[in-house]
Design a protein around this ligand. Structure first.
Ligand code: SAH
Length: 203
C-alpha cells in the first residue's frame, strides 16, 4: 500500500461488518480472501477479496474525491464501501452483483453502516450500467473472460478501468486509461479471482 487515500479508506471501513458472523478478528484481518458463498458442487461463488489485492486495485483505479465509479461484483459490499470512502460524499458508486441474496445483504450492511453514496443493483455486470454512465472509473472484481465493450463505452475519457482478465480463476489484472476513446494499458499484475458468471446460482 502506497497511497494514504487507500490507507485511510482501509482504516475507516470495518471489514468485520462485511464478514460472516462469528469469524475471528485474526481471520477477518488476515491477508486472505474470506469465503462468502459456494455453489452446490462446492465451487467458490463469492468472497471478500484479499486485502492486498483490494489495495493494489484501488491504487490503480485511484478514484478522486467526487468521482462517479462503477464496480462489478459487489459480494458483501466491502470494496464498494472502500470506494464510497475514497470518492466521499460528493462522489457516488454503482455496484453490480448477479446473486440476488448477496446484493440484498450488501444493501443492508451498507445501510446499517450509514453509507449513503452506494447503489447496489442486481444485474449482470458484463453489461455495465448505462443508466448511470459515464463513469470516472470502472473496477471489475471478478475474473473476466475479456474486456467487455460496455465497460469501455461507459467510461469517461481519461478515466481508468481496472479489470482482472482471469476466465478460469487466475490471470492478469490490467489497468487501462481511456484516451481519445481507446484503452491504453498502464499497468498489469498477476491475480486470482472467482470468474464472472452468466447466471445467478440462486434465485
Ligand atoms: N468486490 C468484492 C469481491 C467480489 S467477489 C469485495 O468487496 O471484496 C466476485 C463477485 O462477483 C461475487 O459476489 C459474484 O457473485 C459476482 N459476480 C459473478 N458474476 C457476475 C456478473 N456477471 N455480474 C455481476 N456480479 C457477478
Amino acid at each position: 500500500m502506497r497511497s494514504t487515500a487507500v490507507e485511510d479508506a482501509l482504516r475507516a471501513v470495518p471489514r468485520e461488518s462485511f464478514a460472516p458472523p462469528g469469524l475471528s478478528p485474526e481471520a477477518t484481518y488476515a491477508d486472505e480472501p474470506i469465503l462468502l458463498k459456494r455453489d452446490a458442487d462446492g465451487r467458490i461463488v463469492s468472497t471478500i477479496s484479499q486485502p492486498t489485492m483490494i489495495a493494489t486495485m484501488l491504487e490503480q483505479l485511484a478514484p478522486s474525491s467526487g468521482a462517479h465509479v462503477l464496480e462489478v461484483g459487489t459480494a458483501s459490499g466491502y470494496n464498494a464501501a472502500l470506494l464510497a470512502e475514497m470518492v466521499g460524499g460528493a462522489g457516488s458508486v454503482i455496484s453490480l452483483e448477479i446473486e440476488p441474496d448477496l446484493a440484498e445483504a450488501a444493501r443492508r450492511t451498507l445501510d446499517e453502516l450509514g453509507v449513503r453514496n452506494v447503489e447496489v443493483h442486481c444485474t449482470d455486470g458484463r453489461e455495465g450500467f448505462a443508466e448511470s454512465a459515464p463513469f470516472d472509473g470502472v473496477i471489475i472484481t471478478a475474473g473476466a473472460e475479456r474486456v467487455e465493450p460496455a465497460w469501455t463505452a461507459q467510461l469517461r475519457d481519461e478515466g481508468r478501468l481496472v479489470v482482472p482478465v482471469a476466465p478460469n480463476g487466475s490471470g492478469t489484472c490490467f489497468t487501462y486509461e481511456k484516451r481519445r476513446g481507446r484503452l491504453v494499458e498502464i499497468d498489469r499484475t498477476p491475480c486470482g479471482f472467482v470468474p464472472l458468471r452468466d447466471h445467478p446460482i440462486s434465485p
